[in-house]
Ligand binder design. Structure first.
Ligand SMILES: [Zn+2]
Ligand SMILES: [Zn+2]
Length: 338
């Protein structure tokens, strides 16, 4: 038995046959049902983000367990999603609640392949999950397009919401309406936000946010008018002007989650007296803890926006057409392979 992987060389993909791994203690082999193309995959392929090569990209997937090592935490046949990386559970970072920064972190879709760990990303027929990966069993009746983004977009939003203490009654602003932004709109409503203003330069993305239930949508230049007095702000675009805009519209006691700034951008000036006198919290949030993935899957099961979030994922392309999936990921909110 072999697997097929789309191996990224740094300049192009090539399909390669790979032997299935012998599983060690706690390891799991998953047959991939669907992987979605995250913005960071697009950045890598566009040359805006460096990654060790050769590698198998892709870290948003859903699949089925087809082999388990001793002491695995899931069963043969389970349909699962899994964390974007491993965590040892015992290092200082793991013990202090940031397992996504474990000192022994190994990340799917971001690591050069080795003889021992070749199937280490989502754009393949199979993925080799290492011990320390949290796999979460998901229901059979949810669409793959809804579940695949759980392991990056959905869980990242849940973590950011946790870090800024998103609370019922908050007036929420969402800056950037890609997959994370649409998810943040739905999650804020799910958590009892009193209003959700969604901001994006792209009218189609604003329309998608509106359909999910945003109480108002606007272009960046309209934000100051539309979104005054925000209690909880999700900055998901990474644009410096958008980060500055978050500081402009935050309410007294407000909390800002900076999530989108995962690539270099220009520095943003802030007035410390404003932050102090207005009791403002600015919280950086990157990736998530395993418990956030559990909450993400529960949210996807209960949200009335499930069909709309699934619809944000574009047409499915087979692995042989991975370039087309990436091309569609530049226009749809998410490209899809599987
Ligand atoms: Zn991602
Ligand atoms: Zn650790």
């Amino acid at each position: 038995m072999t697997a097929l992987a789309a191996v990224w060389s740094g300049t192009s993909f090539s399909l390669q046959r790979v032997p299935l791994p012998d599983l060690a203690d706690g390891e799991v082999l998953v047959e991939i049902e669907l992987s979605t193309v995250c913005g960071s995959d697009l950045h890598t392929v566009a040359g805006h983000r460096s990654t060790p090569v050769p590698t198998v990209l892709g870290h948003e997937s859903v699949g089925r367990v087809v082999a388990i090592g001793a002491n695995a935490t899931v069963d043969f046949g389970d349909r699962v999603v899994w964390t974007v990386g491993t965590a040892c559970g015992t290092c200082r970072r793991c013990m202090r609640g940031v397992p996504q920064k474990c000192v022994d972190l190994r990340k799917y879709g971001h690591t050069a392949i080795s003889d021992r760990w070749t199937l280490n990303g989502g754009f393949a027929t199979h993925i080799h999950l290492l011990a320390g990966t949290r796999a979460v069993v998901v229901p059979e009746d949810l669409p793959a397009a809804l579940l695949a983004p759980a392991g990056c977009a959905t869980a990242t939003v849940v973590c950011a919401a946790r870090r800024i203490g998103l609370t019922a009654g908050d007036a929420v602003v969402v800056l950037g309406c890609g997959m994370l932004g649409l998810t943040a709109v739905a999650y804020a409503l799910d958590r009892g936000a009193v209003s959700v203003v969604a901001c994006d330069p792209d009218p189609a993305r604003r329309a998608a946010a509106s359909e999910i239930g945003a109480t108002a949508v606007c272009a960046p230049e309209e934000l100051a008018e539309v979104a005054r007095g925000a209690d909880a702000i999700f900055e998901l675009s990474g644009s410096s002007s958008s980060v500055a805009a978050a500081l402009d519209v935050v309410e007294l006691g407000g909390r800002i989650a900076l999530v989108g700034s995962v690539f270099p951008s220009s520095a943003v000036a802030f007035d410390p007296e404003f932050l102090v006198r207005n009791l403002v919290t600015v919280s950086g949030s990157h990736n998530y803890a395993p418990s956030d993935l559990v909450e993400a899957v529960e949210f996807l099961q209960r949200t009335p926006a499930a069909h709309l979030l699934a619809a944000a994922v574009g047409e499915r392309h087979p692995l042989e057409e991975i370039d087309a999936a990436f091309a569609s990921g530049r226009s749809a909110v998410r490209g899809a392979v599987g």
